[in-house]
Design a protein around this ligand. Structure first.
Ligand code: BT5
Length: 257
C-alpha cells in the first residue's frame, strides 16, 4: 500500500504529444506506481475510441500510473480518477457551479463537458496497471471549443465560470495530486465500493431518465432510469417496471432532468 502523504514521481512538460503515451514510455522504462505526467499543451491528445482530445494551452493534461487490486479490477481506476478530479473542481470553482460526473468518464459543469478521462491498460511480465489520463478545460477560451458544441453535452471550461480570473494550473495540480492519492490509498484499503458510492453521490444523473446509444450487441439506443454503477463500472438501467439491465459500453447521449 502507498504510504500516507505519498510523494509520487512527477514529470512536467510544456508540450507533449500525449501524456498517456509519455507515461507508457516511462512505465516501460520502469517508472514506479503513482508516477504522474503533467503537460501544459498536447499536440496528439486522445479521447476514447480513437477520438481527438483538443488540448490547447490553458488546459490541464495529466496521466497517472495506478495498480488495480487485481487485473480484473482495472475498470475501477477511471472512476477513482473521476472522483479525484470532481473533488478538485469543487474546490477550485465557485460553490454555485454544479460539478457532475457523467458515465462512464466525463465531468460536466452545469451540464456541459469540462473534462474527459482515457483509461488504458498497461502490462509487462511483472506488472499489470492502468495509465489513466485526464484532460480538463481550465483557462481555455470557450471559443477554442467551438467545434465541440454538439447537443446536449456542449463543451465548457472552468474559465467560463471565473469572471475572467485565471486558475493557476500548478496549484490545481497540487490539489488534484493530494485528492488522487488519498482516494487511491482508501481504495487499496477498502476496495471499489466506497469509490463507487462517492462516484454515485457526485453524479447528478442518478435516478434520472437517460439515453444510451451504441449499446451492443445490436448497436441499439436504449432509454431508462439510471439506477447506479455495477460493481465493474457498468451502468444499471431500469428499462421497464422493475427490470434492470447492465450496460458495459455505450455513449450516454441525453438526460432528462
Ligand atoms: C474523452 O474521450 O473525453 C477522454 C479525453 C482524455 C484526454 C486526456 S488529456 C491527458 C491524457 N492524454 C491523452 O492523450 N488523453 C488523455 P471521449 O469521451 O472519446 O470524448 C472525445 C470527444 O470529446 C471528441 O470526439 C470531441 O467531440 C469532444 N472533445 C474533444 N476535445 C474536447 C475538449 N477539449 N473539451 C470538450 N470536448 C472535447
Amino acid at each position: 500500500m502507498i504510504p500516507l502523504h505519498f510523494e509520487p514521481l512527477v514529470y512536467q512538460f510544456d508540450l507533449l504529444g500525449s501524456t498517456n503515451d509519455k507515461l507508457k514510455e516511462l512505465a516501460l522504462q520502469g517508472a514506479p506506481e503513482g508516477t504522474l505526467v503533467f503537460a501544459k499543451k498536447q499536440t496528439k491528445g486522445r479521447g476514447r475510441l480513437g477520438r481527438v482530445w483538443h488540448s490547447p494551452q490553458g488546459g490541464f493534461y495529466v496521466s497517472v500510473l495506478l495498480y488495480p487490486l487485481s487485473a480484473k479490477r482495472i475498470t475501477d481506476l477511471p472512476f477513482l480518477v473521476g472522483v479525484a478530479a470532481t473533488q478538485t473542481l469543487q474546490q477550485v470553482l465557485p460553490k454555485m457551479v454544479e460539478v457532475s460526473l457523467k458515465w462512464p468518464n466525463d465531468i460536466l459543469l452545469n451540464g456541459k463537458k469540462v473534462a474527459g478521462i482515457l483509461s488504458e491498460a498497461f502490462e509487462t511480465e511483472k506488472f499489470f496497471g492502468g495509465i489513466i489520463g485526464i484532460g480538463i478545460n481550465v483557462n481555455t477560451q470557450v471559443a477554442e471549443l467551438d467545434t465541440f458544441q454538439t447537443r446536449p453535452f456542449q463543451a465548457t471550461s472552468i474559465r467560463a465560470f471565473m469572471e475572467g480570473e485565471e486558475v493557476a494550473l500548478d496549484q490545481m495540480f497540487e490539489i488534484f495530486k493530494v485528492k488522487l492519492f488519498n482516494l487511491y490509498r482508501f481504495y487499496q484499503e477498502k476496495g471499489f465500493a466506497p469509490i463507487q458510492a462517492l462516484w454515485e453521490k457526485n453524479c447528478k444523473m442518478l435516478g434520472k431518465q437517460i439515453e444510451i446509444q451504441g449499446v451492443e450487441p445490436k448497436n441499439a439506443t436504449v432509454t431508462g432510469f439510471f439506477k447506479g454503477l455495477s460493481d465493474r463500472g457498468g451502468l444499471m438501467l431500469e428499462i421497464s417496471g422493475q427490470e434492470q439491465i447492465e450496460i458495459i459500453s455505450g455513449e450516454l447521449t441525453c438526460c432528462w432532468y
